[in-house]
Design a protein around this ligand. Structure first.
Ligand code: AMP
Length: 426
């Protein structure tokens, strides 16, 4: 077939899919324990939500968004991230009305036109948690603790929490000037992208991956000396709160993240087992995001974790995914007579309704029923616990035999007893 999945977009096949389900189950339970309620957001939003929210001069908005115009002439964008949509939904539905706080989470596909490589795709999946309506450092600490707890429950090892403060609109301009002075004096060493960043978004100079720019960024002044009193004390509270909970972290003055909306806390969780794309999670505080997209003042803090990358790390580290859901019973029709086929179909349905996973012979691609031998082979391959053999007895009555696939033991049973026997033997 000439038609393939688009570049950078992958299919999640059954062998991987059940592992996803495990990761999302563990996540959902952890979210409940930390007081976050699940919501579902639209996959596309008005383009303006991202251009104003994430920031016009970010890589995401400048180079990576999937924009389109619908038949009504509306400018829409496949969501590149979830935070802006979360804030939009909370404001639109009054979830934080009258000063209420809202703890939310969602998961789903995000879309960015990035250069595909291991752990970086154009359609990828994120788990996203946000705490809206709280400005105190406790919310930051709890959000970081929540992300770390999800990874702990999933069994991920060799992770590092990297922390920074990016200040606020009061103190960041002071820092911006210092950065401008530092980098302008070394303009000749900057890459093409950084020369543009110098004009448009100097903070982003700090996370350039080019070696020469990186060396300059290492030598750049740290924001810590420029933080206003409020940002400085918030940062101190976050650090001591994390230490109090026993979470080790590393400070990184170059951590600025690729989205403009962050204020105060910015953090990432990095894996030592991911190669170049080593962030499994990133987040922070965004006290002005709501206002920047035309909403009321609504402080918030949250994180997004990449499901694709979590899976890569878990596989690399041999983490457990629990037990893969198995078919439990294979219903085998002894012959192709209508009476036997009807009885087999009836039994399969009866068991499924009882919550027992069943496979049976629905025929082949040409609609032909398969032989008894072929069905038994399938039963073996399916790894079921039981095969139920349906046949027509000498008395012309339907006969049922349950075969224990592990021991080979066979027992004659009545149709109404099969479900109970399967459940009792679990
Ligand atoms: P961000 O929204 O850029 O802060 O990213 C948050 C997390 O999403 C990252 O730490 C990654 O785990 C994941 N992520 C971001 N971009 C991609 C991508 N293109 N492909 C796969 N995962 C991604």
């Amino acid at each position: 077939m000439d038609i393939k999945a688009p570049r950078g977009v992958r299919d999640i096949l059954p062998d991987e899919s059940w592992r996803w389900a495990y990761v999302l189950d563990v996540t959902a339970k952890t979210m409940v324990d930390f007081g976050h309620s699940e919501i579902h957001l639209p996959i596309f939003e008005q383009t303006e939500l991202f251009s104003r929210g994430v920031g016009d001069t970010t890589d995401i908005v400048e180079k990576e968004m999937y924009n389109f115009t619908d038949r009504g002439g509306r400018n829409l964008t496949l969501r590149p991230e979830a935070t802006a949509g979360m804030v939009r939904a909370a404001v639109e539905h009054g979830l934080c009305a009258q000063g209420a706080a809202s703890r939310l989470w969602c998961w789903g596909a995000m879309f960015r036109y990035e250069r595909p490589q291991k752990g970086r795709y154009r359609q990828f999946f994120q788990i996203d948690a946000e705490t809206l309506g709280l400005s105190g450092a406790v919310a930051d600490i709890e959000v970081i603790a929540l992300s770390a707890e999800i990874f702990r429950r999933l069994g991920l090892r060799n992770l590092e929490v990297v922390l920074n403060s990016v200040g606020c609109p009061k103190c960041r301009p002071v820092y911006r000037e210092k950065l401008l002075a530092h980098f302008s004096a070394n303009k000749d060493k900057l890459c093409k992208d950084c020369l543009l960043r110098l004009e448009r978004n100097p903070l982003r100079l700090l996370d350039c991956k080019e070696p020469e720019c990186g060396a300059l960024a290492d030598a750049a002044p740290a924001i810590y000396d420029c933080l206003c009193d409020e940002c400085a004390s918030h940062f101190e509270e976050v650090k001591s709160g994390l230490s109090g909970l026993g979470f080790p972290y590393k400070l990184d003055k170059r951590l600025v993240r690729g989205l403009d909306y962050y204020t105060k806390t910015a953090y990432e969780i990095l894996s030592g087992d991911l190669g170049a794309q080593n962030a499994v999670c990133g987040g922070g505080r965004y006290d002005n995001l709501s206002e920047s997209v035309g909403g009321p003042h609504l402080p918030g803090v949250g994180f997004a974790a990449g499901v694709d990358r979590i899976l890569l790390v878990m596989e690399e580290q041999g983490c457990s995914f629990g037990k893969r859901p198995q078919k439990e019973v294979y219903v085998v029709a002894q012959d192709d007579t209508p009476a036997v086929r009807d009885a087999a179909l009836g039994l399969a349905h009866r068991l499924r309704v009882e919550g027992i996973p069943v496979e049976d012979d629905a025929g082949d691609v040409s609609g032909k029923k398969r032989s008894f031998k072929a069905q038994m082979k399938s039963a073996n391959n399916a790894g079921v616990t039981w095969a139920c053999l349906v046949s027509l007895g000498e008395d012309k009555e339907i006969a049922l035999v349950m075969k224990n696939m592990a021991t080979g033991e066979q027992t004659a049973v009545q149709p109404e007893d099969v479900a109970l026997r399967v459940k009792e033997a679990r």
